[in-house]
Ligand binder design. Sequence first.
Ligand SMILES: Cc1cc2nc3c(=O)[nH]c(=O)nc-3n(C[C@H](O)[C@H](O)[C@H](O)COP(=O)(O)OP(=O)(O)OC[C@H]3O[C@@H](n4cnc5c(N)ncnc54)[C@H](O)[C@@H]3O)c2cc1C
Length: 418
Amino acid sequence: MPFGHLAYPRRIPRRVGGLGMSRTRSWWGWGTVEDALDELERADLLARVAAMMPGAVLAAHEPPDVATLDLPPARLVPPAPLAALCSTEPVDRAAHSRGKAFRDVVRNLSGDLPEVPDLVVRPVEERDVVDVLDWCSREAVAVVAYGGGSSVVGGVEPRLDGDYAGSVSLDLGRLDRVLEVDRTSRAARIQAGVLGPRLEDQLRPHGLSLRFFPQSFEFSSLGGWLATHAGGHFATLQTHIDDLVESLRVVTPVGTSQSRRLPASGAGPSPDQLFLGSEGILGVITEAWMRLQERPRWRRGASVHFADYAAAVDATRAVAQSGLHPANCRLLDPVEASWRPASRPGAACSCSGSSPPTTRWTPRWTARSSSAGNTAARWPNRPAGATRTGRRATAPPRPGVRRSCACPTSGTCSPSTG
Ligand SMILES: Cc1cc2nc3c(=O)[nH]c(=O)nc-3n(C[C@H](O)[C@H](O)[C@H](O)COP(=O)(O)OP(=O)(O)OC[C@H]3O[C@@H](n4cnc5c(N)ncnc54)[C@H](O)[C@@H]3O)c2cc1C
């Protein structure tokens, strides 16, 4: 299989789509044009893949030029008031025709795009969403909501089964603001098109975080997370987006639905459950009140290496069932570990909190892992006073925050500004 030009960014850009930095999304693959692999990185990647797949044909394959793709002509003309929000640019239509599953990338690289949306529409306010749905309902136009476009199940593809005049990809990327923060209840009202990094950028000044980190964090949106029942890979315990929702606002073809914002309810089925995981078939999520957490100020991580996979699985389960609730506990198999230069196969665990850990947690976790058969353990603490990015934490302790921890560990921990 041709496998020479990958879209994976060479580093994780901190603020793609965030404040003050613009990047060009790759139309055919993951990541941005600016962060695509350079020649050296590509050669290194090819060497690794070749080692894993001896005998595979790894010929270079450049992505096709969109201008040569011969896309079907757009069938729709938007009404004048919506025209300014619409694009028929071939690159826009091509980029919105697929998600980011491996098969999507392969099909894009092959120039295989038989179905593309006729229009890409980018609303700037909720009223625009209502107007687009009204027009599309009148004209029998199919609407596909588009958040970050990271779907791996064909969720953003304009595959039309019925008798439609055409299709619109409704890109919510401009609805990307945190509208209101309730510091007391630790919640925020957030527009659904916001991508992960920009969301966290807006919550950071409040000392808060949604703390929801799917692997697609950089290029997936709050609305997409809600519409797909997403799971935050990089966290244990509260990993499900559903658990973080207080209420939803959804524009449907027959009106706007707004659920009551409640900390919890025992009154029958929740209307939010209708829309969570609905993949946009019932309406367009425009806003949500989401539960937040204090932004962690202290972090500590450790990894344990295992001679065999079964023992690592047992140890990871033991940690998950122990009640220790590490912020993140992750099992890496040899293949995944080989893609991460600092990792070896085994389980990696981290603890974070808003006050510094003190005693017990680390040895307890190690003991759990050891009893299940680890062969080595190490505690790669970040330098005291350094954040994940290596900068010194500057935030002074807030009054009233104890310098001990309900989530205790032993040894030195690293303050974090996150
Ligand atoms: C590299 C990679 C890593 C991934 N990691 C994870 C992971 O860790 N956890 C996980 O759960 N998933 C993961 N996914 C899958 C994907 O990222 C999730 O499904 C994500 O929630 C989709 O969000 P999105 O904004 O990109 O949505 P899109 O891809 O734009 O849309 C997904 C679906 O939701 C609908 N939709 C989008 N926005 C709205 C809205 N505002 N209102 C109504 N419907 C809407 C779309 O029509 C579509 O059906 C990963 C995908 C990739 C490619």
